[in-house]
Design a protein around this ligand. Structure first.
Ligand code: AQP
Length: 332
């Protein structure tokens, strides 16, 4: 069975972009592939974060993923920092990764603009990501479009390491992209992103979804309700494509072009559709929050299953790279 690996940062609430771009695909793939899904907390500390929030956010991400349909019977769900081999392999990979390649990554360029002093952790983010995937020798990585460049670099890292230490040892993983490859945020401009405060969380109540949608940016040419709009220029129309049935999408386009509806009317319908789509997720999330011990047990079991694979990969990596074996010469 082919192996799949993907991760998500506990840097905020699971949002529509994460779900449509990646997590929905994870849920489908767990029926067909050997799946490892990881809450990547070491990645989340590469941008400004509050230490007191990391633990609750990690737990909340686990709850959201389980509520969205990740099934611990069919996929391994775990927290990155619970399997120490991730950082060990990342260090190894820094020794075969050219700095120039890291500096040209779009995500690094975008996020480094938001940091006062640019930190090495942000630069090395794709190296840790390569370690995450290759530790499990995964062949497929379901992600949104923003991560495709990192997967290309991951393939190069695998090639460089293999060339020095063992041809064919690491596979060259391929991205698996959904048709919702890049969901735009409520600002109508940037990628929907936890750190940009332009999101709708999948566990939000109908009222909260509405509060977020109401001020969302639409077709900028539509100033008054009586102005006809261009649906193709409106992010609310794009979102309708993911939540509304075909006839509704056509009606939305028609009412926008003829100024039959104002933007608020269109948002109202969208808000209802989003709330209805995620209502079962919200219910499951509430049940899981009331029973945290079940979630802890899933994460403990996931980390044990992941560690078993990770330890074996690292044992072979150390051997091929010529390290003195610790079990022979040192107490660990
Ligand atoms: N707007 C999006 N459209 C499509 N896919 C997206 N993904 C994220 N945003 C969108 C995909 O979700 C997965 C998990 O993302 P992540 O949390 O690990 O990192 P990210 O891409 O950096 O997500 P955010 O929300 O933008 O987080 P912050 O703001 O903390 O950096 C990935 O597969 C990603 O492609």
């Amino acid at each position: 069975m082919r192996r799949v690996f993907s991760g998500i940062q506990p840097s905020g609430e699971l949002h529509l972009g994460n779900y449509l771009g990646a997590v929905r695909n994870w849920v489908d793939m767990q029926n067909e592939y050997d799946c490892f899904f990881c809450i990547v907390d070491y990645h989340a500390i590469t941008q400004d974060y509050e230490a007191a929030k990391l633990h609750p956010r990690t737990l909340d991400m686990a709850v959201s993923l389980l509520a969205a349909g990740i099934d611990p019977e069919r996929a391994v769900l775990f927290v990155q920092s619970h399997v120490l081999e991730h950082t060990e392999l990342a260090w190894v990979f820094t020794t075969v990764t050219p700095i120039g390649e890291l500096e040209r990554m779009t995500q690094f360029k975008d996020k480094s603009r938001r940091q006062e002093s640019v930190l090495a952790g942000l630069l090395n983010y794709p190296v840790l990501q390569a370690a995450d995937v290759l530790l499990y020798k995964a062949q497929m990585v379901p992600v949104g479009e923003d991560q495709v460049q990192h997967i290309e670099l991951m393939r190069e890292i695998a090639r460089k390491w293999n060339a020095r230490y063992g041809e064919g040892f690491f596979p060259e993983p391929q991205p698996a992209i959904t048709h919702a490859r890049r969901i735009i945020g409520l600002d109508g401009q940037a990628k929907m992103s936890k750190s940009l405060d332009n999101t709708i969380g999948i566990n939000e109540s109908a009222e909260s979804i509405w509060q977020h949608l109401r001020p969302a940016v639409t077709d900028p040419a539509r100033v008054k309700k009586s102005d006809p709009g261009t649906p193709e220029k409106c992010n609310i129309y794009s979102l309708h494509q993911h939540f509304s049935p075909e006839e509704m999408i056509q009606e939305v386009a028609e009412k926008c072009r003829t100024a039959g509806w104002g933007c608020l009317d269109c948002k109202k319908v969208l808000g209802e559709k989003i709330a209805a789509t995620f209502a079962p997720f919200r219910e499951r999330a509430a049940e899981l929050r009331a029973d945290p011990e079940t979630v802890f047990e899933i994460l403990r079991d996931g980390a044990d299953r992941a560690r078993a694979v990770a330890e074996e990969t690292m044992r072979e990596v150390r051997e091929r790279m010529g390290f003195m074996p610790a079990d022979q010469y040192a107490r660990r």
